[in-house]
Design a protein around this ligand. Structure first.
Ligand code: FE2
Length: 226
């Protein structure tokens, strides 16, 4: 990404609290990434990854970075750029790959504190039909009881923004601080996405760095001479 583009996204993020990043991945890279993940999924069987939470209307396929290290490398590679766009001293939290099925809804919700800065990256739509993400203008008051646990069909009276993404496009937004969702059912037979979350290393949620998985990163190699 060019310096000018990063500066432009930085200005948008500072002004609006979110930004739509067009062509974060080129279409061929997005397609190849899905193909590589699909190969790994089919090797172990799809049933292992089926899951559903209260923010989804039906089960989908989820693979977390704790179980699939490729996602860690992907997120760590993006961290410098996302840090420049947000202007915050970001450290990676966790990421996951998700396949949504046709008709699936993503109810309007806010994320947990480890999702201070979030990215929703679209990789593929089986039928080339965009499925918009919406992000609220209102800031979630997490000091109020159960405010962070609210799950709704829509944004109610809050003003919200509709963001259309095609494969390779990403939305950067505060997952913890702003409610978000997809108001229509998925029009595609399936769609593939990666969700990535960071926290500010200098902020109140810094403990979620690397999803609280503290690891001694001091390593040594005793490489054989022959
Ligand atoms: Fe979310």
């Amino acid at each position: 990404m060019t310096k000018t583009a990063v500066e432009s996204y930085h200005a948008q993020f500072a002004r609006d609290g979110f930004c739509l990043i067009k062509s974060l991945l080129t279409p061929d890279v997005a397609a190849r990434l899905v193909a590589d993940v699909a190969e790994d999924i089919h090797r172990v069987g799809m049933g292992k990854f089926l899951g559903q939470t209260n923010i989804h209307s039906s089960p989908g396929l989820e693979i977390y970075s704790h179980d699939y290290k490729l996602l860690n490398s992907f997120q760590w590679g993006l961290t410098g750029m996302v840090r420049d766009i947000t202007g915050a001293n970001l450290t990676p939290g966790f990421a996951y790959f998700q396949i949504y099925r046709e008709g699936n809804r993503l109810f309007v919700h806010s994320d947990r504190a480890s999702c201070e800065y979030s990215m929703s990256l679209t990789l593929a739509y089986s039928d080339d039909l965009p499925w918009d993400l919406t992000v609220s203008d209102d800031i979630v008051d997490h000091s109020a009881p159960d405010e962070g646990k609210k799950v709704a069909e829509n944004h109610g009276d809050a003003k919200y923004h509709r963001l259309t993404t095609m494969p390779g496009d990403a939305v950067l937004y505060p997952g913890y601080g702003r409610r978000h969702g997809r108001l229509e059912p998925n029009p595609n037979r399936w769609s593939a996405h990666i969700f990535l979350h960071w926290v500010d290393a200098d902020g109140p949620h810094a403990k979620y760095s690397f999803d609280e998985k503290v690891k001694n990163t001091k390593v040594d190699f005793d490489v054989p001479r022959a």
